[in-house]
Design a protein around this ligand. Structure first.
Ligand SMILES: [Zn+2]
Length: 281
């Protein structure tokens, strides 16, 4: 006998191999017996923001190491203490010219790279703080959807203004937008508090953006707008009623897979290709 799980739509207990839910009639209600696994992966008591932040720190340290081996480590000030432009470019930085030459992965991989200590620390701190709020409201799956769409679209929509850029800031501003959207949609005292928290982070981000001249304010603005817009379409009461939808979870898994493939392909091709159209120095 296969272990029973519950239907993703109505919550009725179903056998893992049930073809139709006896409660609501949904086809394959236990997702071919994979629902337990999905429930375990997307357990909202273990927010994805923590491992993601650690992953970004590891990526930063690895690019520092690679850069210093290549003689491309830049040590000018807190913001510049990190890999130089060539290492960043080859690791998958967002570069408009390369995207126009068919390198589709750059709006994705560019979000994973950081150029200096201040840059990585600000983004990871914001990711951990805001991630907790957004995951608390929407759950891990929709957190991933907000991050991916706001991070990549922030780069794509501003590629004519900004020819070369990196960092998770667009995605972080997407979280700010999502927290504000959650606050408005939820309403009440809790909604007001979360909205205020979002606006507070928005103020920090804007001040930080205009104090540090190398910050890509275009991508920040675009990320906030996309995060707000995407989160506005979400059902804010979904988690209180049970769990995230199967669709959101499967989409989140797909986006994580796309990101990992983009990183592997991007690093592989970036360090082996010639770039006659790029002047590195
Ligand atoms: Zn059902």
């Amino acid at each position: 006998m296969s272990p029973a799980t519950t239907c993703g739509r109505c919550g009725v207990v179903v056998e893992a191999d049930a073809k139709r839910c006896p409660g609501c009639g949904r086809l394959w209600p236990s997702l071919f017996g994979q629902r337990r696994r999905l429930d375990a992966w997307f357990d909202n008591d273990r927010p994805f923001s923590k491992p993601l932040g650690l992953f970004l720190i590891v990526v930063y340290l690895v690019t520092c190491l690679v850069a210093s081996k290549r003689g491309d480590f830049v040590a000018g000030g807190l913001f510049g203490l990190g890999p130089g432009p060539e290492t960043l470019f080859r690791s998958g930085a967002m570069a408009t010219a390369a995207v126009l030459h068919g390198e589709w992965w750059r709006p994705i991989t560019g979000c994973l790279l950081h150029a200096g200590i201040l840059h990585i620390l600000f983004n990871v701190a914001a990711l951990w703080q805001l991630g907790g709020v957004v995951i608390g409201g929407y759950g891990n799956a929709r957190f991933v959807i907000v991050l991916f769409t706001s991070g990549t679209l922030a780069f794509v929509t501003t590629m004519t203004q900004v020819p070369f850029t990196i960092g998770a800031s667009g995605a972080v501003f997407g979280l700010i937008g999502a927290a504000i959207a959650y606050g408005y949609r939820r309403g009440g005292e809790i909604g007001e508090r979360i909205r205020g928290y979002g606006f507070q982070w928005l103020a920090y981000g804007v001040v930080f953006g205009f104090l540090v001249s190398s910050v890509n304010n275009w991508a920040h603005g675009a990320g906030a707008v996309v995060g707000f817009g995407v989160a506005w379409t979400f059902d804010v009461w979904r988690l209180q009623r049970g769990r995230e939808s199967d669709g959101a979870r499967l989409l989140a898994l797909f986006l994580i897979a796309v990101t990992l493939v983009a990183l592997v392909v991007g690093v592989w091709l970036g360090f082996t290709r010639d770039y006659p159209y790029v002047r590195f120095r």
